[in-house]
Design a binder for this molecule. Structure first.
Ligand code: ZN
Ligand code: ZN
Ligand code: FE
Length: 752
């Protein structure tokens, strides 16, 4: 018997090369013992001289995709054997974590560029530190047989890579080479090299459909304005920004990424990052009216070899029919994308799970997640202190930007972005994701959480599941869920006290039956009070009001006593009918939505008045416009900003609207007016927090809701709140993509 140690490592430590890393480290330090995977993570039994150094190195030198949450150890008496070895996994029902898909690592990239290597030019190279994971996973545990790599039988070379603990590919499930792995081809079929052919099509201004990691993309040459127009016409997508892909040096020709932005671009998650346009110009058709462009780096070997050959930036937009989910199947692609694409770059590795590209940006306040998908899911967040005993919860999110959240064992898993559940196929994808996540995580909820809105498809689904399985159903107010999601992300303890929530959002059903969206809430996970709100205005035509910003402009101008101005601005609109609907309350529900106020101001300043071709277009163009306002003019405050008045909790924007019109008549720059509106909104809500909530009542201020995707608003808001502790979203979306997390923790808090 010897005195050694039992060491437990928790976190993202499975499927990331942790055991071979431990094995190598232990041998280096001359330790004896073993390492294995079990349901709790990685377990090590070791004996030797420097066990403290060993434990420190487990954290300091962990492999790239690992995340060590905790190392716990105690002394152990036993027989540690003659050497150090990797032992068989133990335990059943293992919660074997699957890591997110990871961008090609530097070692694999060097290999596919080296003619001496057998994986030279190979589109499906990967290793333990990179490659497909969640997108190829069919079931747990994560073994090759349970992935879409199953049909590809390892050749002897790949098998020896796979079995050698000293190799980078030890136990890399998707390991492959040109001999044994997936193959690439081009359609229409030719015998020519598929990459050379694909490049030729792109150079000729044609549209290429590319089968990627989580779905198909449609690609065109980003420097070719005609090709971009062609793609827009074929896709019936007049103005929604296209994403771009380019190597880092190419990105730097058109943008000047900061160090933080570079790190994000180059991270293994490889999201689309919104970058300011700086340097050489690209056709405006890529993102009409936007000051930023969404860039991503090539993240699979296929993308790398294509971009190496093409040598320039590509537009890479998701391959789908308008409003539908991204296409993932070869046959489906031929059928649905045949009308858009001139050629297809295809392969025979099946995509098990559709994952859009994640979209993120770096703001003055740090990272911001706009869309959480590939590279981020199925990552989990530890729940805050106090939630240790939380029951298993399934939360189903809202109607827009659908996403599901599961709670289990003190962790929250926020699922991938699904899209707008109005679309039938997206709703199918939602149902599939529900079954899929439940299966993968062996999830057996006791509690189901849904929005208050009875007509959301997600609500109906949650209700049906609760009825069917006899689960407890918790309805969570939309903006309370936004507040709670921000608290959860920030690790705010269950009993951490109340916070003031500034929730600036589109719309969500309030507990008084009206639609909310510009709120100051005082509350915590367990409950809330509504302390202040934007003065409500009717949404003329219901959902139409969100699509046609002139409707919101009309009611805000009328409220401000500027009906003449509305008559002039919107002379070609059915104003009399609209006003009658507003007056009589016919299909004109009242709403305090900040999102709709953005629409109103955008329309007043001449942006998107007639209609938005995508959700958020008016608000995004207002932010873009405000960003062009010159700092000098701002500082001299020629623009001025009126103080918002609050009467019985209602914040009236009329004074601000009158100010905008007066300044506009006086010839002020539109950009300055757009900026003034942002500043007014920030000051207005800072004022509301200060007046409506006593200092002793709230311990911090939470910012959440879709409007906080607006980096300028966020910056101004945080600036106005400099005397408060402010909690923001950094890893989860402030928009409805993060709603399910908030619903889940609110529901959990009711059952602890
Ligand atoms: Zn690699
Ligand atoms: Zn092989
Ligand atoms: Fe919302």
């Amino acid at each position: 018997m010897e005195n050694g140690r039992s060491i437990r490592v928790r976190g993202q430590v499975q499927g990331v090369g942790f055991r071979p890393f431990v094995w190598t480290l232990a041998r280096r330090l001359g330790l004896r013992g073993h390492v294995l995977n079990d349901p709790e993570g990685v377990l090590i039994h070791a004996v030797g001289a420097d066990l403290d150094g060993f434990e420190a190195a487990l954290i300091a030198e962990a492999p790239p995709l690992a995340r060590v949450d905790a190392v716990e150890s105690h002394t152990l008496q036993g027989d540690f054997g003659p050497d150090f070895r990797i032992a068989a996994s133990t335990g059943t029902g293992a919660e074997t974590r699957v890591t997110p898909d990871a961008a090609t690592c530097p070692a694999c990239l060097a290999e596919i560029r080296d003619p001496k290597e057998r994986r030279f030019g190979y589109a499906f190279a990967n290793c333990t530190h990179c490659g497909p994971r969640f997108t190829i996973l069919k079931a747990l545990p994560y073994d090759r047989e349970k992935t879409t790599m199953a049909p590809f039988v390892l050749c002897s070379d790949c098998r020896s890579d796979y079995e050698d603990p000293a190799d980078r590919r030890f136990h890399a499930q998707p390991v492959a080479c040109p001999e044994c792995g997936p193959k690439l081809w081009i359609e229409p079929r030719t015998d020519l090299d598929p990459i050379a052919e694909a490049t030729r099509h792109l150079k000729a201004g044609r549209v290429l459909a590319i089968k990627g990691l989580g779905g198909f993309h449609l690609a065109v040459d980003a420097r070719n304005a005609e090709a971009i127009d062609l793609l827009r016409r074929r896709k019936h997508r007049p103005s929604k920004p296209f994403a771009l892909m380019g190597a880092l040096d190419v990105v730097c020709e058109y943008a000047a990424p900061t160090e933080q932005e570079r790190d994000l671009l180059c991270s293994s998650a490889a999201p689309i990052v919104l970058l300011e346009r700086i340097g050489a110009a690209l056709p405006d058709g890529i993102a009409p009216g936007q000051v930023t462009l969404g860039w991503m780096l090539p993240y699979t070997p296929l993308h790398h070899i294509l971009l190496d050959a093409f040598d320039g930036p590509l537009v890479m937009t998701s391959g789908n029919l308008s409003g539908e989910p991204q296409v993932i199947d070869n046959e489906e692609a031929r059928e649905k994308l045949g009308g858009f694409a001139d050629a297809f770059l295809m392969h025979d590795r099946e995509i098990a799970r559709r994952l859009d590209d994640s979209v993120e940006r770096i703001t003055s306040q740090g990272p911001m997640v706009l869309r959480r998908a590939r590279g981020r899911v199925p990552g989990t967040l530890p729940l805050p202190p106090g939630f240790e005993e939380a029951p298993q919860v399934a939360a189903f999110g809202g109607q827009m930007k659908g996403a599901i959240c599961l709670i289990k064992n003190g962790q929250a898993l926020l699922g991938h972005h699904l899209g707008e559940l109005d679309d039938a196929l997206t709703y199918d994808a939602f149902l599939q994701a529900d079954a899929d996540y439940a299966d993968l995580f062996d999830h057996r909820p006791e509690v189901v959480a849904v929005d208050l809105h009875p007509e959301y498809r997600a609500t109906k689904h949650g209700q049906a599941r609760a009825d069917q399985d006899g689960l407890r159903l918790e309805r969570v107010q939309h903006h309370h869920a936004h507040l709670a999601s921000c608290l959860a992300e920030n690790g705010w303890p269950l009993d951490g006290g109340k916070v003031a929530g500034i929730i600036l959002d589109g719309t969500g059903l309030g507990d008084d039956g009206t639609l909310w969206g510009g709120e100051v809430l005082l509350g915590d996970y367990r409950g809330f009070e509504r302390r202040a709100w934007l003065k409500p205005a009717p949404l003329i035509g219901g959902d139409m009001a969100a699509r046609e910003p002139w409707r919101n402009a009309l009611v805000r101008l009328d409220q401000a006593g500027l009906s003449d101005w509305a008559d002039e601005l919107f002379a070609n609109k059915p104003l009399a009918m609209a006003r009658m609907a507003a007056e009589r309350g016919v299909n004109a529900p009242m709403s305090s939505s900040a999102g709709r106020l953005f629409d109103a101001v955008a329309a007043i300043l001449g942006h998107c008045a007639d209609g938005q071709s995508y959700e958020g277009e008016a608000a995004m163009s207002l932010e873009a416009l405000a960003r062009t306002s010159s700092g000098l003019r701002r500082d001299s405050l020629a623009i001025g900003v009126p103080v918002a008045s609050m009467i019985d909790g209602a914040l009236d924007p009329s004074e601000m609207i009158r100010h905008l019109i007066t300044m506009r008549k006086a010839g002020a720059e539109l950009a300055d007016l757009a900026f003034a509106f942002h500043l007014w909104l920030a000051r207005c809500f800072e004022g509301a927090v200060t007046t409506a909530i006593a200092k002793t009542e709230a311990k911090a201020v939470v910012l959440s809701g879709g409007c906080f995707q607006n980096a300028l608003l966020l910056e101004l808001m945080v600036g106005s709140l400099h005397q408060h502790d402010v909690l923001l979203h950094r890893q989860t979306p402030a928009n409805d993509g993060g709603l399910a997390l908030g619903q889940a923790v609110v529901a959990a808090a009711r059952h602890i």
